[in-house]
Ligand binder design. Structure first.
Ligand code: HEM
Length: 406
């Protein structure tokens, strides 16, 4: 079979139920074909750590902008909300990107996260209490719903200063709108997501209007004060960006944490005995099973890879999940090891100009949930059923994770 045929077949496997449960054997096959292989999607698939890090960290590799999409993505302008999502921070290029990032960063600093820490810990404790209550009553419970989805939604409400402060409604509106950032969505998916993203965007506009009337301390009120009320659309985009970027990613990490610990009771025991390993364990979860599996970049003028020029406009998919299991980067990469120190070099939060603005916040959430789980359940938490994983290649999402106690 030709390389292109083989890559196509592996991509089909990646999209299958089996591939979504465990994409790592497929990544290994792809990596064995070379660091950058052509795919039927038009983009090069980049699978080794060094190449992924070089591209993500380089300013000459850009985000696919509307001009690029006009050339390469047929009829994308038929979906106006796709256009609105293109205005999100992570989709922008210089000079807009740097200016807007600096504005948002002013109100999403290390101090913001430090101030939120007690609230995060309280939300985590309440969620783990609900999980324990449900387990006591029914013998099994959906950890994804009660903890992994719930905690980040609550934290987003507090971060934004959401004037409606209704995490359940926010969750319903956000649905799986992160799929807007999926690679090559089909027509049917686009139509569905168009509707969903419009509802979320309208809700964000309402949040902005309500914040104007009754400001609640948080990111929205702070940004509103900085840019003024006539930037209503921009403010709604920032709120929507935080929800799309910050909810399901964090939820995915919290789900992977339980998947890793239930699959490796020896590691869970070690963590229970030495809680100081918590931050390192969170880093290892993010290396072992990163929530964002694929980053997209396009070669700008003068872009290179390993000092070789790359044609302008060439798209690449940086396969973060594959890069994290690159044996050149991590020894025995398939092993989940909470004492691994190199996990901190992971690409889970990206690298370079677009490095995640919520990384500290997300890690704080995981560091709050982890000790509570270990203290409450020790190593007794077990899966009652395999995780339910929805469609999509770029996000490692889980929609249900039934757990029980052994
Ligand atoms: C475990 C949780 C999270 C993961 C794994 C994650 C991952 C990422 C990654 C990989 C990027 C870079 C995308 C690229 O280079 O193409 C990114 C960017 C971003 N993330 Fe996160 N993220 C998480 C949580 C959050 C949270 C909680 C927020 C906010 C509340 C957030 C807000 C953002 C924003 C605004 C950007 C765009 C930054 C820019 O383009 O300058 N993320 N995230």
């Amino acid at each position: 079979m030709t390389t292109a045929g083989e890559v196509g077949r592996l991509l089909v496997r990646l999209r299958s139920g089996q591939g979504r449960q465990d994409p790592y054997p497929v990544y290994e096959r792809l990596r064995a074909m070379g660091p950058a292989v052509a795919s039927p999607l038009g983009a090069l698939l980049v699978t080794d750590y060094a190449s992924c890090a070089e591209i993500a960290g380089s300013p000459s590799w850009r985000m696919p902008d509307p001009e690029w999409k006009d050339r390469w993505v047929p009829r994308w302008r038929d979906y106006p909300m796709v256009g609105v999502v293109s205005e999100a921070l992570m989709q922008l290029n210089p000079p807009e990107h740097g200016d807007q990032r600096a504005l948002v960063l002013r109100h999403l600093s290390a101090r913001t996260v430090r101030d939120l820490r007690p609230v995060i810990e309280a939300h985590a404790a309440a969620a783990v209490d609900r999980l324990a209550g449900r387990l006591a009553e029914w013998g099994r419970a959906d950890y994804a719903e009660l903890v992994a989805d719930a905690v980040p939604l609550q934290v987003l409400c507090d971060l934004l200063g959401d004037p409606f402060c209704d995490p359940a409604t926010l969750g319903k509106l956000a649905g799986d709108s992160q799929l807007m950032l999926e690679i090559s969505p089909g027509r049917h998916e686009l139509r569905e997501l168009e509707e969903q993203t419009r509802r979320l965007y309208d809700h964000c506009l309402a949040m902005v209007d309500e914040t104007r009337r009754r400001p609640r301390p948080g990111l929205l009120a702070a940004l509103l004060e900085t840019v003024g009320v006539d930037q209503r659309h921009w403010l709604a985009i920032q709120a929507q960006t935080m929800i799309i970027a910050g909810w399901k990613t964090t939820s995915s990490m919290l789900n992977s944490m339980v998947l890793a610990l239930t699959a490796h009771p020896g590691q869970a025991r070690q963590l229970a005995e030495d809680p100081g390993l918590g931050p390192q364990a969170v880093a290892e979860v993010l290396r072992w099973d990163p929530p964002v599996q694929i980053l997209v970049r396009v070669a700008g003028p003068g872009a290179t890879l390993h000092e070789r020029p790359v044609a302008e406009g060439q798209a690449v998919y940086l396969m973060v999940g594959a890069a994290h299991r690159d044996p050149g980067e991590a020894g025995d990469p398939a092993r989940f090891d909470v004492t691994r120190t190199s996990a901190r070099r992971s690409l889970a939060f990206g690298l370079g100009p677009h490095y995640c603005l919520g990384s500290r916040l997300a890690q704080t959430e995981a560091e709050a949930v982890l000790p509570l789980l270990l203290r409450r359940f020790g190593t007794r938490l077990a899966l009652a059923a395999p995780p339910v994983r929805p469609r999509g290649l770029a996000f490692r999402d889980v929609t249900a994770l039934e757990v029980t106690l052994t």
